[in-house]
Design a protein around this ligand. Structure first.
Ligand code: NAD
Length: 487
């Protein structure tokens, strides 16, 4: 018999799905384990196609009412959800850290405030959505953002609630209903979000949460004929599967996928800044889609850059993510640890040299690693590791830098460190990436378009782009008064 409520970091979390405003249990469960010490946190309902289909049905039933709710009222409820997140911020932070192992201080100070902001931002944006009417031979064109219908939102484990609400908030703001499927390695904060949303007055069925394995319930959600949008954040292979499944109904997709982003360090850069930016790539134990995992450094400063980088990286403290002084926590799961180590050992066997790290540590902790002597066409340079592993290559001149930077199948982000604004302009214009940072990293605004080029994604979300995706845009053309086309 499964416990419906478990206590994690002192917080009661419901282990069941949330469908049509009610808690629903599956017969089977899966074990949720903390990456901090490998301890089981609880048994979570393991969704089957029956619960997945029920969630879509509930979202479908709730859609007409929510879509007809005036935008100002939808915005009010979304702001109440944000207030609910604020009220439970400490709890959400503690549960998320226990569940996915990312730093508690980041969750408290950065991530959870951002979760609340996601709701406030899209509530505000909903009320300012506007496209001025225009005329065609005296006829008025009026553009409206109509709600699309039930949306399936599928999210990964590396920033569970942040990435989920970055989809949930605009989808709901747009007047859609939602089925959220969080990752099975970090299912807990989605369950808390369901409680918060219900407490804020979100009507039953508007937000549904289904727990479980993508391989077991994914197709039911993504091939469902009543689903009008699918937004997915995760890996490229899963995205391919989802795209094929969604093709049956031509359901529009937004895909936020992996990356192998470069950090280009030119000889004219502030090398201290460049070294700081490079060390930042170990944040969240490197489990960040946007991480610039390929350090590309102009040959003339490579030695000095490496010295400054390794000096800083050596100061990073790895350990319990609940400890204020920890910089790098554990990786999410022992399978992820094995995957990371596999990449590193194969790279070493192929001739790479470990300047830092290079072998697994205790428990689920992988030490920050830097590999040099890597070939551009090698696996370690071309494939996403999703762990605290960086490579360093050198270049001579802008052409080679840009060539190396663009020479993967990804195009999520790129960072450029240079002291020359004209060079920055020239180089950024040639980079293939959804986001480019110059002399900074991870500055993100909800107003900006976000997404990846090439195999890093399809489409852009953020600001008005989110509404473009989550709405059926409609142009209504009205004839001038007295106009007659016949008779
Ligand atoms: P994943 O693709 O294994 O899983 C992501 C989600 O998809 C999970 O909820 C999983 O249960 C679900 N899923 C798995 N199989 C499915 C199926 N057949 N049908 C439907 N859903 C299915 O990815 P992950 O390991 O959880 O996340 C890491 C990946 O996510 C990395 O590649 C990372 O770069 C990427 N990511 C991208 C962004 C971005 O914004 N571009 C942000 C964070 C993470």
């Amino acid at each position: 018999m499964t416990e419906d409520l478990i206590t994690v970091a002192g917080v009661a979390v419901d282990t069941r799905h949330f469908i049509g405003g009610r808690r629903v249990a599956s017969a089977g469960t899966f074990t949720d384990v903390s990456p901090i010490d490998g301890a089981p946190l609880g048994e979570i309902s393991r969704g089957t196609p029956t619960e997945a289909a029920a969630a879509v049905t509930a979202a479908g039933a709730a859609f007409p009412g929510w879509a007809a709710t005036p935008p100002a009222e939808r915005a009010r409820i979304l702001r109440a959800v944000a207030d609910g997140v604020d009220k439970r911020l400490e709890e959400l932070a503690a549960v998320e850290t226990a569940d996915n192992g990312a730093l508690l201080r980041s969750h408290r100070r950065g991530v959870m405030p951002r979760v609340a902001h996601n709701f406030r931002f899209f509530a505000d944006r909903l009320l300012t959505l506007d496209h001025e009417d225009f005329t065609t031979r005296g006829h008025t064109n009026h553009v409206s953002w109509d709600p699309a219908g039930p949306c399936v939102l599928i999210t990964p484990w590396n920033a569970p609630l942040m990435l989920a609400t970055w989809k949930v908030a605009p989808a709901l703001a747009a007047g859609n209903t939602v089925v959220l499927k969080p990752a099975e390695w970090s299912p807990l904060t989605a369950s808390l979000l369901a409680d918060i949303a219900a407490g804020a007055g979100l009507p039953p069925g508007v937000l549904n949460v289904v727990q479980g394995y993508g391989a077991e319930i994914g197709d039911t959600l993504t091939a469902h004929p009543d689903v009008r949008r699918i937004s997915f954040t995760g890996s490229v292979p899963t995205a391919r599967h989802i795209a094929a499944s969604a093709a049956a109904n031509l359901t529009p997709l937004s895909l936020e996928l992996g990356g192998k982003s470069p950090l280009l360090v030119f000889a004219d850069a502030d090398l201290d800044l460049a070294a700081d930016l490079a060390v930042e790539q170990y944040d969240n134990a490197g489990q960040v889609c946007l991480a610039a995992t390929r350090l590309l450094v102009e040959a003339s400063v490579a030695e000095e850059f490496t010295r400054r980088f390794t000096e800083r990286a050596a100061r990073l403290r790895q350990g319990d993510p609940r400890d204020e002084s920890t910089d790098v926590g554990p990786v999410i799961h022992h399978r992820q640890l094995e995957k990371i180590d596999g990449f590193v050992q194969r790279a070493l066997a192929a001739g790479a040299r470990a300047v830092l790290g290079g072998r697994r540590g205790e428990g689920q902790y992988y030490p920050p690693t830097l590999l040099t002597d890597v070939r551009q066409d090698s696996e370690i340079v071309q494939e996403e590791v999703f762990g605290p592993v960086l490579t360093l290559q050198t270049f001579t001149g802008e052409d080679e830098a840009v060539h190396l930077a663009n020479d993967t199948r990804f195009g999520l982000a790129a960072t450029v460190a240079t002291g020359d604004p004209e060079r920055a302009e020239r180089v950024t214009a040639r980079l293939v990436a959804g986001t480019v940072w110059v002399n900074c990293f991870f500055v993100r605004d909800l107003d900006a378009p976000f997404g990846g080029s090439r195999q890093s994604g399809v489409g852009r979300e953020g600001g008005t782009w989110s509404f473009d995706f989550y709405c059926d845009l409609k142009n209504t053309v009205t004839a001038p008064k007295g106009w007659q086309t016949h008779g």
